[in-house]
Design a protein. Structure first.
Length: 381
């Protein structure tokens, strides 16, 4: 959850030279000390005032600005921050929207993005603010309930105590991560590391694959979650699987990628991608090595974005198109409406449309912009 939402902050923590460099800086150490003090004080004194805890735990505009200034001062060509940007930040693509910036500005922009991401998670999953999609992603608690303030107070005190060995951002980041955890909203970590778990058979098969035998890299099947409690796979999901299986058997692509998270109904325990994979193997008798899972997408926009990401991460060919295979209405929605929706919701378009092949099939080409982290979707960043 931490690395997928706050990649820069994770690098700060996991790269020994960077952690030591930042940890020894007196300006940043003072910021951390002050933040811990405010959080511990709020845990004792805020009482039933939820807003009091939120103000103490979120990174203020002043704090964010101070860190931006200090990082700019600390960044020097050839030092540990410069090496981190060149060796990790740029190759990751996680801050692709800022890729045109020079090293110092890229570092500052990445910090400010991660700070906004921490604050967003706190505002929604501790403070009860509305997320982008309230019907499926809202907080699990009624913030006005008796006793909720005690949960927040405990989280505040525990986060400050656990942050003792951390860096200037650690108290707030831990509070955000704990808030997601107690809301049972760790969806972004589902099935990770996928390359070593659910997608391992397909990736092992890909190592010996002769890609020139196939016209397309893969067939993407976007999920359709059921609306009824206790239903694992919707009728639409079953039919989309059958459609993709027909195309796979025609030899169009070596893989089917099933995409969809735990979305419908609210806080369902069923994962769309996992259930579609099970259906393809157990009911339609496709081999496991032919199926890739993308189990975190919550919307059509991120079905395609996350598919594109995995193609880049797994080193699949980029000179071939992929196929989206789904119902007629969604297929035309993907080619005509989703690009503009991506611009509005993600800030970029993660794919280019190719040819329309039928009412239910269309080509698309992944774009490197898909690697950009979405700071205000902590369950599918």
């Amino acid at each position: 959850m931490q690395s997928k939402n706050y990649y820069l902050l994770t690098l700060f923590t996991e790269l020994p030279a960077v952690k030591k460099f930042l940890g020894e800086d007196q300006v940043l150490a003072k910021l951390k000390q002050d933040k811990e003090g405010r959080m511990l004080e709020s845990a004792k004194n805020c009482g039933k005032d939820i807003g009091c805890y939120i103000r103490a735990t979120m990174l203020s505009k002043e704090e964010i600005s101070q860190v931006s200034t200090r990082l700019g001062e600390l960044y020097q060509p050839g030092n540990s921050l410069d090496k981190m940007v060149k060796d990790h930040l740029i190759p990751s693509g996680c801050y692709q929207l800022f890729s045109a910036q020079e090293g110092k500005q890229l570092l500052i922009k990445a910090w400010e993005q991660d700070a906004r991401a921490v604050n967003f998670a706190i505002s929604v999953y501790a403070g009860g603010q509305k997320p982008n999609y309230p019907k499926i992603d809202s907080i699990s608690f009624n913030v006005k309930d008796k006793g909720y303030n005690e949960l927040v107070a405990m989280n505040t005190g525990i986060s400050a105590a656990e942050a003792k060995e951390g860096l200037f951002f650690t108290p707030s980041m831990l509070f955000a991560l704990h808030s997601l955890e107690i809301n049972e909203r760790n969806d972004a970590a589902d099935y990770e590391p996928m390359a070593e778990t659910v997608n391992r058979p397909a990736l092992e098969y890909a190592k010996k694959l002769k890609w020139d035998r196939y016209k397309y890299t893969l067939i993407l099947v976007p999920g359709e979650g059921p609306e009824e409690e206790g239903v694992a796979l919707s009728a639409g999901g079953m039919l989309r699987c059958r459609l993709a299986a027909l195309q796979y058997k025609q030899g169009l692509a070596p893989f089917i990628m099933v995409s969809g998270g735990r979305v419908h109904p609210y806080k369902t325990k069923y994962n769309e991608a996992a259930e579609m994979k099970r259906y393809l193997i157990q009911t339609l008798h496709l081999p496991e090595y032919a199926i890739l899972m993308e189990p975190q997408a919550r919307h059509t926009t991120t079905n395609i974005r996350n598919c594109a990401r995995l193609i880049f991460r797994y080193g699949f060919p980029l000179d071939k198109a992929c196929i989206s295979s789904t119902s007629k209405s969604q297929s035309y929605y993907i080619t005509a409406i989703v690009p503009e929706r991506c611009k509005q919701e993600l800030g970029f378009v993660p794919y280019n449309n190719g040819k329309r092949l039928s009412d239910t099939k269309a080509e698309f080409f992944p774009l490197v912009s898909s690697l950009q982290i979405d700071f205000d979707e902590p369950m599918d960043p």
